[in-house]
Design a binder for this molecule. Structure first.
Ligand code: MG
Length: 277
C-alpha cells in the first residue's frame, strides 16, 4: 500500500526552524523525509517535499546552509507566490505560473496607487512601524509590536474593499500585500497539479497567519502545526481534524506527521516507537 502522505508542504520560519539564529534544525525531521523518499522510490510513487515560505531564494538558500540542512527540498514556493523546482541546488522557475503571478501583481499594484499613498501616510503619522523596501509589495513594514501590526492591518482592511483582489500577508509583526489569487494555498494546489499528487495525499505544516491559506482541507487533508503556532492557526488546524503538536518547530512537525500516520493506521516512517513517546 502506498504511503498516504506523498507531498509535504512545510513553512520554514517558526515551523521547521527556531527563530533564534544558527541553531541546526531537528534531525528527526530529515530522517522522516529520507525514509518517505526511500519508500516512495520503492513503490514508484515519488515522495515530494516543498518548503512553502515568504522568503526569497537567496535568503532561503543562505538560511538552509546556515542551519546545515542535510537535505534539500524538491520544490520551493517563495515569497508566498512563486513556484520553483530544485535541481542540482538551483531553483528553476515554474515559468508559466510565475509569469502570470508577476503580471497579476503588476496590474493590481498599479491600480491601487492611491491605497499605497494613504497607507504610507497612516503608518508614518499614526505608528512607529518601519517601512521596508520590498520588490514584491509597494508597502511592506515591520511593526514594533503585535498590537501595532494589528492596528495597521485593521486600517488596511477597512480600505481593501475598494481594491478587489488586494490581500494582506501577515507574518508576526511583518506585513506586506499580494494578489488574493496567489498565496501558499493556491501555489500548493498548482504544485499538486504539476506533480500529480492530490490534497488527499498532502500534509501541510505551518505556524502563522500567512500559512492559513495552505492549512485548509482544500489544499491539504493532513494538517499539522507545531506547539509554538499562534492560537488562530492552532484552532483552524484542530477544527479540521488536524494535529496541534505539543513540541515546537520541526520536532512538532515530526510529532504531528507520526501521529497522523498512526491515526490512519499507516506504517511509521522511522522505527516502531514514535519520537514523542
Ligand atoms: Mg512561519
Amino acid at each position: 500500500m502506498p504511503d498516504p502522505i506523498r507531498l509535504l508542504s512545510t513553512d520554514l520560519d517558526g515551523t521547521l526552524i527556531d527563530f533564534r539564529p544558527g541553531l541546526p534544525a531537528e534531525p528527526s525531521f530529515f530522517e522522516r523525509v529520507e525514509a518517505a523518499r526511500a519508500r516512495g522510490a520503492e513503490a514508484g510513487l515519488p515522495f515530494i517535499w516543498t518548503i512553502n515560505t515568504g522568503r526569497w531564494w537567496q535568503s532561503l538558500s543562505a538560511e538552509l546552509l546556515a542551519r546545515a540542512f542535510p537535505l534539500a527540498p524538491d520544490w520551493v514556493i517563495l515569497t508566498e507566490r512563486e513556484i520553483y523546482r530544485i535541481h542540482n541546488g538551483r531553483a528553476l522557475a515554474e515559468y508559466g505560473w510565475n509569469r502570470r503571478c508577476a503580471e497579476a501583481h503588476r496590474e493590481l499594484f498599479a491600480v491601487a496607487a492611491p491605497f499605497w499613498q494613504e497607507l504610507r501616510e497612516f503608518v508614518e503619522s499614526q505608528t512607529g512601524a518601519e517601512l521596508l523596501p520590498d520588490p514584491g509589495s509597494p508597502v511592506a513594514l515591520r511593526a514594533r509590536t503585535d498590537h501595532e501590526a494589528d492596528r495597521v492591518s485593521q486600517f488596511a482592511e477597512t480600505r481593501l474593499g475598494e481594491w478587489p483582489g488586494l490581500a494582506i500577508v501577515r507574518n508576526g509583526v511583518y506585513l506586506r500585500f499580494c494578489h488574493s489569487d496567489y498565496d501558499k494555498g493556491s501555489c500548493l494546489r498548482h504544485l499538486q497539479e504539476i506533480v500529480g499528487i492530490p490534497p488527499q495525499a498532502t500534509l501541510a505544516a505551518g505556524d502563522h497567519y500567512n500559512d492559513l491559506p495552505m492549512l485548509t482541507r482544500r489544499s491539504a487533508h493532513w494538517l499539522v502545526c507545531p506547539g509554538n503556532a499562534i492560537e488562530p492557526v492552532r484552532s483552524v488546524v484542530l477544527a479540521q481534524g488536524g494535529y496541534a503538536a505539543g513540541q515546537n518547530f520541526a520536532a512538532g512537525v515530526v510529532e504531528g506527521w507520526d501521529a497522523l500516520l498512526a491515526q490512519a493506521g499507516a506504517e511509521p516512517l522511522v522505527g516502531e516507537v514514535a519520537a514523542w513517546e
